[in-house]
Write a protein that binds this ligand. Structure first.
Ligand SMILES: [Zn+2]
Length: 274
């Protein structure tokens, strides 16, 4: 989907009261979450199992429904970008460019989050934290890792998924796929990006009473041995230039490295701003 199409979607989501982000034509986590909330409200039966579709398929389904709202037949709501849907979306774009709605007149909301929320807004955006290993946040998903993870505290033990809050699962999957495509498995292993040091964890922040971002299922730790909590960039492995692309990939999806933003806790990445 091009940026013009995504802007049209963001505008409609904003009208529905489901989207407070910028009308910037970039499909980030806020847009994906709004699409997920919008689909069941759009007055047609969705196929069974649409909740399990990846974010891009849900987005296409949203555009199909939006076409129908505007009197353009996009065919069945299947989330697949076939010829009929492609033509319908093009017709919708022409209709909008023709003056029915002009997205260029719609100013972005100032200070709207363009990506994941600030830490203080995490409970409002993600809902309550999990309070025990059994009582995880609602709807937590297992995101398969494209490479096998070694457990940091016992490297002969393995894991092949990460726990993820449903609002970050698609984004996490996208990051992992990009990392895998960019580095390949041998390099991932050499850089110790396969060393798993933590995901969901029902605990409070170190030295505080607030819940850790880990308790919401929106934070991950990698290779804590070479990136110890108090180490600064002169010592932490992940501060080295060969990890620049690793962090750029996370950041392109809106994730925040505490190392890169605070020069602290270089093992840690989270779906919340600081
Ligand atoms: Zn952490």
């Amino acid at each position: 989907m091009n940026r013009g199409t995504i802007r049209i979607a963001q505008r409609r989501l904003q009208e529905m009261g489901l989207y407070r982000g910028a009308i910037d034509g970039l499909r980030g986590p806020l847009t994906n979450a709004a699409v997920e909330a919008a689909l069941p409200q759009m007055g047609r039966d969705l196929p069974r199992g649409w909740q399990d579709w990846p974010a891009n398929r849900r987005f296409t389904a949203f555009m199909q429904l939006h076409c129908h709202e505007k009197g353009i037949d996009a065919g069945p709501i299947d989330g697949l970008m076939g010829p009929q849907t492609r033509e319908a979306v093009a017709a919708l774009e022409r209709q909008i460019a023709g003056g029915v709605v002009n997205w260029r007149d719609i100013a972005p909301i100032p200070d709207a989050p363009a990506t994941f929320p600030h830490e203080r807004d995490v409970p409002a955006f993600f809902g309550p934290p999990g309070t025990s290993w059994e009582n995880k946040p609602a709807g937590m998903k297992r995101v398969p890792t494209p490479w096998r993870m070694r457990i940091a505290w016992n490297l002969s033990q393995h894991r092949s998924f990460l726990w993820a809050h449903p609002k970050v699962a698609d984004s996490l999957a996208e990051v992992l796929e990009k990392v895998h495509a960019h580095y390949g498995e041998a390099e991932i292993r050499r850089l110790r990006l396969d060393v798993f040091s933590g995901d969901y964890n029902p605990r409070r922040k170190r030295g505080g009473s607030a819940w850790s971002m880990h308790a919401f299922g929106i934070a991950y730790d990698f290779d804590d041995i070479n990136n110890q909590l108090s180490w600064r960039g002169d010592r932490a492995a992940f501060a080295r230039p060969e990890y620049e692309d690793w962090w750029r990939i996370w950041e392109s999806e809106g994730w925040v490295s505490l190392g890169r933003s605070r020069d602290f806790d270089w093992m840690h990445v989270q779906a919340a701003r600081v």
